[in-house]
Design a protein around this ligand. Structure first.
Ligand SMILES: Cc1cc2nc3c(=O)[nH]c(=O)nc-3n(C[C@H](O)[C@H](O)[C@H](O)COP(=O)(O)O)c2cc1C
Length: 248
């Protein structure tokens, strides 16, 4: 049963985001659809410091406002603005939320949860949610085998070295002034203007194939055995999980 004292019309969900590029846009798409189909559902976002950086790199940071508009129980809490003790997660002990979704969950966050560590906003949220009897759903990025992960924009220095451009157009046109000889990914907002601006095609995003480590596979298996935690294999599964909560 949902724990909130409010009605089903006002299902309150918490979404914790970690710093994984993999499944990040799918997680955003799933919550965007959820909010569009069910505007009455309130969603609070809890983003780790790495999530904040990676969201910017993929051009998704500002988009979060379409899901959480800043009103009560629809805030965006950033680890970089919260204290070390994550006071906002006390809400999980006050029955403010019907469920917590952690997606995507980095191998780092999964390892911490499995070992009972709570030292970031998402891991503190999980710890307090389980202690408060709030169901937790987690989408780990590292489940098994190999994954195809989207990469942020980078400059191919070999292509760059073949040309002596008097003016580097991507550097000129970058609205964040994030390009010198490299792209400063902590300033990059993933707008992609640089890709079109380079006449030599030296700037690319693209995908990388990543092997899932044994330790991460073991941690993910252990995660699924923990009390109060359900592992979802894909961000899209949030939609059926919320339907189940609504009909519970
Ligand atoms: C662009 C980018 C993409 C990343 N993608 C992943 C990923 O898909 N999975 C992962 O486990 N870590 C990924 N990382 C590394 C995490 O951000 C890093 O381990 C961080 O410490 C995780 O912190 P958190 O778990 O508190 O969010 C990525 C880092 C960057 C810069």
């Amino acid at each position: 049963m949902p724990h909130s004292t409010t009605t089903i019309m006002h299902l309150n969900l918490a979404w914790a985001i970690t710093g994984a590029g993999h499944h990040l846009s799918e997680s955003y798409d799933a919550f965007k659809k959820l909010k569009k189909d069910n505007p009455q559902i309130r969603i609070t976002i809890f983003a780790s410091q790495s999530a904040e950086e990676v969201l910017r790199m993929y051009g998704l940071f500002d988009e979060l406002k379409t899901i959480a508009n800043g009103e009560y129980l629809e805030e965006i809490f950033l680890e970089s603005e919260q204290g070390r003790s994550s006071p906002k997660v006390g809400r999980f002990l006050l029955n403010k939320y019907d469920a917590l979704f952690v997606m995507p969950a980095t191998s780092n966050t999964v390892a911490k949860i499995v070992h009972g560590i709570a030292d970031s906003l998402p891991t503190n949220a999980v710890s307090q949610a389980v202690k408060g009897g709030i169901p937790v759903y987690i989408v780990p990025v590292d489940i098994e085998g190999r994954i195809l992960s989207r990469m942020p924009y980078t400059i191919d220095r070999e292509i760059c070295a073949q040309h002596t451009c008097p003016i580097c157009m991507p550097a000129e046109q970058c609205p964040e002034h994030a390009i010198e000889t490299q792209i400063d990914l902590l300033r990059c907002t993933g707008c992609g203007e640089c890709v079109a601006a380079c006449p030599h095609g030296a700037i690319r995003g693209g995908y990388a194939e990543i092997k899932v480590r044994d330790v991460d596979m073991r941690n993910t298996m252990q995660l699924g055995e923990m009390e109060g935690i359900t592992v979802l294999r894909h961000p899209g599964a949030v939609l059926s999980a919320v339907s189940d909560l609504i009909s519970a």
